[in-house]
Ligand binder design. Structure first.
Ligand SMILES: Cc1cc2nc3c(=O)[nH]c(=O)nc-3n(C[C@H](O)[C@H](O)[C@H](O)COP(=O)(O)OP(=O)(O)OC[C@H]3O[C@@H](n4cnc5c(N)ncnc54)[C@H](O)[C@@H]3O)c2cc1C
Length: 97
């Protein structure tokens, strides 16, 4: 139910985070799991909690020359079960509310 067939098959979770859309389905799910992103450039590698990586609507802490090379979910967050329920005006190809 996320995106179109093309997005379901080709898009990456990193792209979904870097897009920083308020409707991004990957963001709330990874935020509640306390995920952090690894940002790498030719000069340095740094880690940021997802809540500090996404600065606002379409805005991230990505610096010129950096790319997201990993998304880490702490092991403690992988305990138990979780679910993501998408709220939208229709079932498919919908922007999340
Ligand atoms: C028809 C349609 C339906 C959609 N439906 C949904 C939906 O249901 N749910 C949802 O969450 N989103 C939806 N989207 C938007 C969605 O967020 C993006 O299309 C997709 O998730 C982004 O992933 P991507 O890998 O294609 O990124 P791209 O579109 O390739 O990249 C997005 C941005 O991030 C940058 N980027 C990508 N990867 C990296 C990286 N590793 N490091 C640094 N920068 C990077 C790119 O340069 C670009 O600026 C929809 C879009 C369309 C067109």
């Amino acid at each position: 139910e996320v995106g179109s067939v093309q997005i379901q098959n080709v898009a990456s979770v990193a792209g979904n985070l870097c897009n920083a859309s308020p409707a991004a389905d990957g963001v709330p799910a990874l935020l509640v799991l306390d995920a952090e992103v690894e940002l790498r450039s030719t000069k340095a590698t740094r880690q940021l909690p997802l809540g500090e990586f996404i600065l606002g609507n379409r805005s991230t802490a990505l610096q010129p020359g950096e790319m997201v090379t990993a998304i880490r979910v702490p092991k403690r967050s992988a305990v138990g079960a979780s679910a993501f329920v998408k709220l939208g005006a229709r079932r498919y190809l919908v922007i999340s509310i």
